[in-house]
Structures are given as C-alpha cells and as structure tokens.
Write a protein that binds this ligand. Structure first.
Ligand code: SAM
Ligand code: SF4
Length: 336
C-alpha cells in the first residue's frame, strides 16, 4: 500500500535518508574524533535486520535516496548483507539511489560487492595527497591503502566523488593539486567547511576554519568559474571550471545557510532520528520499531510525528569569531 509522502511543517518533502550504521571507525580524523573515543556498546546498535526494517519503512513513506554512512560504514560486520538486501528496493524502483560515504580504507575489498548491490556512486573522504599529512589528519589512516581503494572503486565502475574538508594552514597549498588529481581521474570534488561538531578536547575550531568563500577566490585566480543551477536538496552548491569542464562542489553550512530546500533526515546507528544536523532535537525510533516486531504501524506514526518537528534550519554561526550553535555530538554519531 502506498502512503502519502513525508512533508514537514515548512512544506519540504523528505525524500533522502542518511543512515549511520556504526559509530566506529578505523581512522581518527582530527576534526571528527578524539584519539581515544569511547564507542557505543554493540548491543546498543540497531541490528542489520532492524536497519532493514527501518530503511524499508522510510522508503515506503517516500524516501527515494539512501546514503549509508557512519563512522566508517564498511567496518560494520556483514554490512554487505544489509546493502544487498536494500537493492531489492532499487530493483522495484521505489528507491532511486543507494550511496555510501566512506574513508576508502576497505574499498579494495568491497568495491565489486558494492557495485553488485546496486551502488553506483560513492563519496570518499580525502583531505590531502601527501602521505605524511594524511597520517597526521586521519591519525590512523594510511594513504596508499585509500589510493588502492579508490582505484578499485573506479575499476568496479563506481562513480567517485572526493569530499575534502577545507582546513586552514593544512590543505590550502594543495588546492590546485587536488583539483588536477581529480580531473585526471574524472573524479568529482566537493569541499566542506569544518563544522563545530563534538568536543574534541580543546581542538581549535576557529583555527581550522577555512571559509569556502576564500577558497573560491583562490580557485578563480586560475580557473573561470561558472555557477551551476542544479541542486541536490542539500547544502552543496556547484560550479564548473571552464578550463577543465570539472564540477566542483561547496558545502558551506557556515558561510551560507541553505536550509530552505533541505530534503533530508538522519538516522543514527542506535535508531535516533535527527531532523537537522545542526540541532539537538531527535526522535527515538528504536523504541517505536521494537514496540511491535510484526507491524510497522507504530514506527510509521513515530516517523510522521518526527517529521512534523523538523526545524526550519540550524544555528551554526562563526560570524562573531566564536563557534556559536555548536552541537555536542560527533559527526560520526549522526552520520556526516
Ligand atoms: N567515515 C566516512 C568518511 O569519512 O567519509 C563517513 C562518515 S564521515 C563522519 C562523513 C564526512 O564527514 C566526511 O567527509 C568527513 O570529512 C566529514 N566530517 C567529519 N567531521 C567533520 C566536521 N567536524 N566538519 C566537517 N566535516 C566533517
Ligand atoms: Fe572516521 Fe570518517 Fe570520522 Fe574520519 S571523518 S574519523 S574516517 S568517521
């Protein structure tokens, strides 16, 4: 039975669900986690069967795009079983796209399986092409392993988009190298402004923040930038570099606020639904899911009730040179 799509109080249709399948990760990126993170006990996590029920219910209510993220989604045991199971929604046309955000460390192992499960596009995080700097920013990551993963993804036929967090004094000098490296591999590239997520034990947010307005000015010194009008309902905006034909994205939650067209909600690995990345409000869907193992009616009601609470937008603001609107959870908890 088809049901009416999810519409929030600001008349935005919710068609995109991002799901964090684990809070664990094999890296410890400096802007994302502290080195000695305490992770959730495994019993707190939704099981793969529960994740399936949760996602399938959202799809029944009108979600057409699913992004699997984390933590590092590919370190969750048997995650391919879950992805293969989601592909049934792709096959019957209810789901238009199944995507994954990954740090790339496990891609050499999983790229072919991802393609076989119906994944066609993946996002890979990569902030630098320098081995030493990569080890510094990810703490536990090793660049050659990620490079092998990206090669495997391309060979498997996956479209790859690189996500690069713009970090002042860290990758400013690699702007053009990163652009050229992506162009030479026909890989899309999006820059992200660092966001005030989680307490990282004194890590200096303002010091890390490199405004993408400044980054664009740098880019325009070497390239002609043409603004593109297409939107994904998210905070990303795109330009084309006329000299290379490349598309570059900018995710600017801080220097710009694009909440008015937001089409997404985020599910944590414990079944909390966050209606906005930048707000603390959330709904406990795990209790609703577990209320009745034989029917999704309670869960559907809980999802609809949560969507009715989706706020107009976030309150992140660096304009007064303080990290205002900071939220205490880590990005790995909500799923970036
Ligand atoms: N582990 C996967 C990865 O790294 O792509 C998926 C999860 S990760 C939390 C998703 C994205 O969030 C990554 O691109 C990462 O760079 C970004 N991210 C993490 N912490 C951030 C922060 N404080 N500000 C901006 N982006 C952040
Ligand atoms: Fe792990 Fe991704 Fe966070 Fe880095 S950004 S620590 S890879 S979850």
């Amino acid at each position: 039975m088809e049901t009416a799509p999810l519409i929030d109080p600001f008349q935005r249709a919710i068609s995109y669900l991002r799901v964090s399948v684990t809070d664990r990760c094999d890296f410890r990126c400096v802007y994302c986690m502290s080195e000695n993170m305490t992770f959730l006990p495994k019993k707190e996590l939704l099981s793969l069967e529960e994740l399936d029920r949760m996602c399938s219910t959202f799809i029944r209510l009108g979600v057409e795009k699913l992004r699997i993220t984390g933590g590092e989604p590919l370190v969750r045991r048997d995650i391919m079983t879950f992805l293969r199971s989601m592909s049934r929604h792709l096959e019957r046309g209810a789901l238009k796209e199944l995507t994954v955000s990954t740090n790339g460390s496990q891609l050499a192992r999983f790229a072919d399986d991802l393609y076989a499960a119906g994944v066609r596009r993946i996002n890979v995080s990569l902030d630098t092409l320098d081995e030493d700097k990569f080890a510094r920013v990810t703490r536990w990551g090793r660049l050659p392993q990620v490079m092998k993963g990206i090669d495997a993804a391309l060979a498997a036929g996956l479209r790859v988009k690189i996500n690069t967090v713009a970090l002042k004094g860290f990758n400013e000098d690699e702007l053009f190298t990163l652009v050229e490296w992506c162009a030479s591999r026909d890989i899309d590239l999006t820059f992200i402004e660092v966001m005030p997520m989680g307490d990282l034990g004194g890590e200096d947010r303002i010091g890390q923040y490199w405004s993408l307005k400044d980054l664009r000015v740098e880019l325009s010194k070497q390239f002609t930038l043409t603004e593109l009008s297409h939107r994904t309902g998210g905070p990303a905006r795109y330009v084309r570099l006329e000299e290379t034909g490349q598309q570059i994205g900018f995710i600017t939650p801080l220097s710009h606020n694009f909440c008015e067209s937001c089409n997404r909600v985020r599910l944590t690995c414990t079944g909390e639904l966050f209606m906005c990345l930048g707000q603390e409000d959330n709904a406990d869907l795990r209790t609703a899911l577990r209320a009745n193992p034989d029917s999704d009616a309670v869960l559907e009601d809980a999802i609809r009730a949560a969507i009715r609470l989706k706020p107009k937008g976030h309150d992140f603001d660096y304009s007064r040179q303080e990290a205002n609107g900071q939220v205490s959870r880590h990005m790995s908890h909500t799923g970036g």
